[in-house]
Write a protein that binds this ligand. Sequence first.
Ligand code: PMP
Length: 312
Amino acid sequence: MKCSQGGNFSNGELKRFGNIELSPSAGVLNYGQGLFEGLKAYRKEDDSILLFRPEENALRMRMGAERMCMQSPTVDQFVEAVKATVLANKRWVPPSGKGSLYIRPLLMGSGAVLGLAPSPEYTFIIYVSPVGNYFKEGLAPINLVIEHELHRATPGGTGSVKTIGNYAAVLKAQSAAKAKGYSDVLYLDCVHKKYLEEVSSCNIFVVKGNVISTPAIKGTILPGITRKSIIDVARSLGFQVEERLVAVDELLEADEVFCTGTAVVISPVGSVTYLGKRIAYGNGVGVVSQQLYSVLTRLQMGLIEDKLNWTV
Ligand code: PMP
């Protein structure tokens, strides 16, 4: 689908996966006007296909487009395009319980622009790929390291939108962490350097007794759709959920720590290394993470009643 600056998106068309042509002076290549989303389609036992909260991805892309001075499809255009793409690729949705179809909507400034300015044209593309279950043999804990020098996002920046440059910005710290044997990086706020923000592509939660805390969304953290869903699921199960500043010291007292995101749903944290000190969490797979994972994945796969109408 294409749209000129100030105009509306045209109707989309289905095309075979392949390379696309772009002007060397396209806005996305020169000035980083690019946004993406990630969501999944699941096959139910009766062969019907379920999408999980696609309108939330549409709204997040619209919020991002506003910040990045881009045109974006309406929520209806986005959701209808996702549905049409999934339907056309139905045979690629893995059998029930064996994985999902990962859906990647992209929005880019595709028009040519030489001096710094918003692109005169925008292109919206969706591609898909089947993916297996992230955890094939039960939940497995990840080991995080806290980064001190490099930051993922700054106040007033673009940390709260899913723009491509945010991901380039984490590659250096993430590669260094992986080379040292860690699974990923946990970022702190760049002002006080003491409050938890998020992991390279997941949100973070800290469990202490019946209280589950997660950093509040204040412009430097991506408002994860899994995060939002887990907060509601946890509350419905009787947990007290707090969205607030979560100090790094709270990791020392926590019973469990877990991350949330579309790819992993929930990823239990086995350890966090902070200033060279390793804080470990039991066997790494806490009961709360296990319980929340079980409820949310069964809901996404249509195995339990969807009282909140999250699946379409
Ligand atoms: N934070 C970042 C930086 C991410 O890239 C993602 C993945 N989209 C998340 C959090 C989790 O968001 P969601 O639950 O919507 O996948």
